[in-house]
Design a protein around this ligand. Structure first.
Ligand code: XMP
Length: 508
């Protein structure tokens, strides 16, 4: 789909680039991500944002931009971090390299100049820095729109249409970042509105272009992402096979629920029961990354076995999965854990051009909105996220059937209680995990020496950060009571009050 007057975000490789796109979409405008080399093919942009990036402008292989072409658009341009530095150079100034990185909060001071960019932004507001180089010589005629608390320029204006900011307005730690972006976008004329219907149309077209008459296979787990992916592929009318691999790490009665839900949506799925295979391969394996690796690779094997000779594999990978695994080329983010859809086999297939990930630029809430636009029932769209490796990441250490049974029972009780008290939809994700530590307790008149169960309920916007939920004590009390009485092998129930970061949402 051709877009006119949209916001073109040029990606110089920062881990925050997609967040810029997201903020612009949140402000109600259509935004699209481009590589610097795409500059000649932006269609008709109404505004351009140059992102940050991990390189120094002095690096021989630093990404460049065709400045003449950029100027020829004659529309508002905002350079962010690296984007500001490259613009300062293009206008004839210099950038000083430094091996010290400024990372974290700073204060924005813009009292001297009343520029539209900072309209309504209080002085002294917190901004977020993440850079090492800084602008040095400013080209003649450059206006310093703002400085930090030490007087170092953090915002420049080189000409009527070109502005730059050294800080990252897209992260929430820049307290007025969204307002600054909004002010910038208000300098553009008649920007195209963002509608989820447009996104849907774009994705359908992209899928059709990419798939053509090839056969595409996708794995479905019953989770929101893979469900929406399968429905999207069906809607695109491509030749698709949806396969549900039961890896034996599902929750209580989950397989039946998944089949029921797909039947409701009219999507045919094939089930492969590989639970024994998975549990055998995982037996005795304790290391979290090894477990992830085994599950991820085996998943692809079982999958490929089931499909025979498919030409394309579609995955419901979302943007946060891509950043946290940080294994995509050119990524500057460091690896936190290998997400299920980024194991070696998948990366290999990716190199061969056999992986299709239409949702990889989206955040969870955007995917949910897309799901609604695709007509998927709300209870399916609003299902809590469930990780690809399933209960394996909620069972620290080696996986055993008796541990999985405890998790399943405890989880079903806890989720049931959340639903009963009307809290399921108020929580972003919730589950029970097993803590494989034995402690002493008393059951009846007997000494018990059994494991603990941890309950977790979090709210999050996009899984990149999360906070624990202050659930009513009654829910915790009733859940704990039932788990202690009904789930054999458990004598202790804990509630997890850890934020992400530093914890993650799952246990592994
Ligand atoms: P963490 O534990 O990384 O979880 O804070 C963030 C979100 O991602 C889910 N998660 C996964 N999803 N494959 C997935 O599809 C995975 O390997 C995976 N690991 C974690 C997790 O449930 C949470 O919603």
């Amino acid at each position: 789909m051709e877009h006119s007057n949209h916001v073109a975000v040029i990606d110089f490789g920062s881990q925050y680039t997609q967040l810029i796109v997201r903020r612009v979409r949140e402000l109600g405008y259509f935004a699209k991500l481009y590589r610097p080399s795409d500059l000649g093919q932006l269609g008709g942009p109404g505004a351009i944002i140059l992102s940050g990036g991990p390189k120094s402008t002095a690096d021989p292989d630093a990404p460049d931009i065709d400045f003449e072409r950029l100027q020829a658009y004659d529309i508002p341009v905002l350079g962010v971090c690296y984007g500001m530095q490259i613009l300062n150079k293009k206008f004839g100034g210099t950038v000083e390299a430094s091996d010290r990185r400024e990372y974290g909060p700073a204060q924005l001071m813009h009292g001297e100049v009343a520029d539209e960019l900072f309209r309504g932004v209080p002085n002294d507001t917190q901004i977020w820095m993440s850079h090492s180089d800084t602008v040095k010589q400013l080209p003649e005629g450059t206006k310093v729109l703002a400085t930090n608390q030490d007087g170092t320029p953090v915002s420049l204006c080189w000409s009527e249409k070109f502005r730059g900011i050294q800080f990252h307005p897209e992260v929430t730690h820049s307290h007025e970042g969204t307002l600054i972006l909004k002010n910038f976008l208000s300098m553009a004329e008649g920007l195209e509105e963002f509608r989820i219907e447009d996104l849907k149309a774009d994705l359908l077209k992209e899928i059709n272009d990419r798939v053509g008459d090839k056969q595409v296979v996708c794995g479905v787990s019953g989770g929101v992402d893979s469900t929406i992916l399968a429905v999207l592929l069906k809607e695109a009318g491509v030749n698709v096979r949806a396969i549900f691999v039961d890896h034996g790490l599902m929750r209580k009665d989950e397989g039946d629920e998944v089949r029921r839900n797909f039947a409701r949506m009219g999507v045919e799925i094939e089930t492969v029961d590989a639970s024994e295979l998975f549990l055998n391969k995982l037996a005795g394996v304790e290391d979290p990354e090894k477990k992830r690796d085994i599950i991820g690779n085996l998943f692809v094997d079982v999958f490929w076995d089931a499909v025979g000779n498919a030409e394309l594999l579609a995955q419901g990978t979302l943007y946060p999965d891509v950043i946290e695994s940080a294994s995509n080329e050119g990524s500057s983010a460091s690896k936190i854990k290998t997400h299920h859809n980024r194991v070696d086999r998948i990366l290999e297939l990716q190199k061969q051009g056999k992986v299709l990930e239409p949702l990889a630029e989206l955040f969870k809430d955007e995917v949910r909105e897309l799901g609604i636009a695709l007509g998927i029932p709300e209870d399916i769209v609003n299902r809590h996220p469930f990780p690809g490796p399933g209960l394996a990441v909620r069972c620290p250490g080696a996986i055993e059937e008796k541990k999985l049974r405890i998790i399943r029972e405890a989880d079903a009780i806890f989720i049931g209680k959340l639903r009963e008290h009307g809290w399921y939809d108020r929580v972003w994700q919730s589950y029970a995990a097993l803590i494989p530590v034995k402690t002493v307790g008393v059951k009846g008149d007997e000494r018990s020496y059994e494991w603990a169960v941890s309950l977790r309920a979090v709210i999050s916007e996009d899984a990149m950060t999360a906070d624990w939920v202050e659930l009513p004590y009654q829910i915790l009390r009733e859940s704990s009571h039932r788990i202690l009485n009904e789930v054999a092998g458990v004598n202790r129930v804990l509630y997890d009050i850890s934020t992400k970061p530093p914890a993650s949402i799952e246990w592994e």
